[in-house]
Design a protein around this ligand. Structure first.
Ligand code: NAP
Ligand code: ZN
Length: 350
């Protein structure tokens, strides 16, 4: 076993703190990665605090990982020591089911997530990127371009693919008027992608102080969603809405903004359900209510290559590991522009 160290939550209530733990030793198909940066996703908070139930403690969160391959197994043919690499939300899947065959490993019944999942090799839990090293099967390791700032690339591994994938799936492009709800980690990447795909982008936020920023990030318009007048201006005008909000709220207010046949796609995963949407708003204009989960590995690589080509990264605030608990509190208040990324050089060894 490989001795590692990082930060863990020991229960749902107390702050994360220093933690020593073991990972499986690298096997023939594994890449051993020295972690340089790890983004802080709202899913880390949900899981550290057991808001989705099923958290096994201690939990080491983190699934927006950027680092260097330091050692590769003798059957690894896609990476070599020294490569700049990334790891997202998944580290394994069955590889043979129809979903895996179709490059949709996130929907495999046997997906192994980067943390709080059972490692098929060791039978122990997986531990995430708030740590010094990680061991990952080469099929789940992503190739990163040296052209982009690596710390700002880290959030692409979850916030990036989670927004890129639905925008691609629903074929968002130049003829579309697209709404993005919530300007946090996912939301700000969604604005950048929707704009890069040529759509007209309207950002919906509950935070008045994000209106100007939304336009800087690429939104054509920014709407204060608490204002009924501002909301009404967009009634029945949007083709597609991507909703990234991490808390339960009234979905009808967004369904009514869709045109006939429009789609409201949910990616936020609140700990308690949204109020049930009205059937009327769905049937009278044949609107669709949908959801999306991260994206497959092939599409994640496509997204990373697209970002390198179009110079797209996340807007980040780099923090030391010791600031993680303050970062969580700030995220809960919507006070992050727009993703915290942990500098692993700051990780205390003790
Ligand atoms: P985040 O950075 O905290 O952003 C969430 C945004 O939602 C906030 O910045 C805020 O934007 C808006 N919001 C409005 N009311 C809120 C409230 N009462 N509480 C919290 N946020 C509120 O979170 P994130 O990392 O982007 O993640 C967003 C959600 O997506 C989380 O539930 C996360 O677990 C989920 N997620 C899902 C997937 C997937 O595959 N489906 C992948 C990753 C994450 P404004 O200030 O602009 O209103
Ligand atoms: Zn995430």
């Amino acid at each position: 076993m490989l001795k590692c160290y990082g930060y863990a939550a020991y229960n749902s209530l107390t702050p994360l703190r220093s933690h020593h733990f073991k990972r499986r030793s690298p096997g023939p198909r594994d890449v051993l990665i020295e972690i340089n940066y790890c983004g802080v996703c709202h899913s880390d908070i949900h899981q550290a605090r057991n808001e989705w139930n099923g958290t096994k403690y201690p939990i080491v969160p983190g699934h927006e990982i950027v680092g260097r391959a330091v050692l590769v197994g003798n059957e690894v043919d896609r990476f070599k020591a020294g490569d700049l690499v990334g790891v997202g939300c998944m580290v394994d899947s069955c590889g043979i089911c129809p979903e895996c065959q179709d490059h949709q490993e996130q929907f495999c019944g046997d997906t192994v997530f980067t943390y709080n999942s059972l490692d098929k090799h060791s039978g122990k839990m997986t531990y995430g990127g708030y740590s010094n090293q990680i061991v990952v099967d080469q099929r789940f390791v992503l190739r990163l371009s040296d052209k982009l700032e690596p710390a700002a690339v880290a959030p692409l591994l979850c916030a990036g693919i989670t927004t890129y994938s639905p925008l691609r799936h629903w074929k968002v492009g130049p003829d579309h008027k697209v709404g993005i709800v919530g300007l946090g980690g996912l939301g700000h990447m969604a604005v950048k992608f929707a704009r890069a795909f040529g759509a007209e982008v309207v950002l919906f936020t509950t935070s008045a102080d994000k209106i100007d920023d939304a336009k800087r990030l690429g939104a054509n318009q920014a709407v204060l969603s608490t204002s009924p007048e501002q909301m009404q201006q967009h009634e029945q005008s949007l083709d597609f809405i991507l909703n990234t909000v991490a808390a339960p709220h009234d979905l009808d207010r967004y369904l009514t903004l869709l045109k006939r046949d429009g789609t409201l796609c949910l990616v936020g995963v609140p700990s308690t359900p949204h109020p049930t949407p009205s059937i009327d708003h769905l049937i009278f204009r044949r609107r669709n209510l949908a959801g999306s989960l991260i994206g497959g590995i092939k599409e994640t690589q496509e997204m990373l290559d697209f970002c390198a080509e179009h110079n797209i990264v996340s807007d980040i605030e780099l923090i030391p590991m010791t600031a993680i608990n303050t970062a969580y509190e700030r995220m809960l208040k919507g006070d992050v522009k727009y993703r915290f990324v942990i500098d692993m050089a700051s990780l205390p060894k003790q």
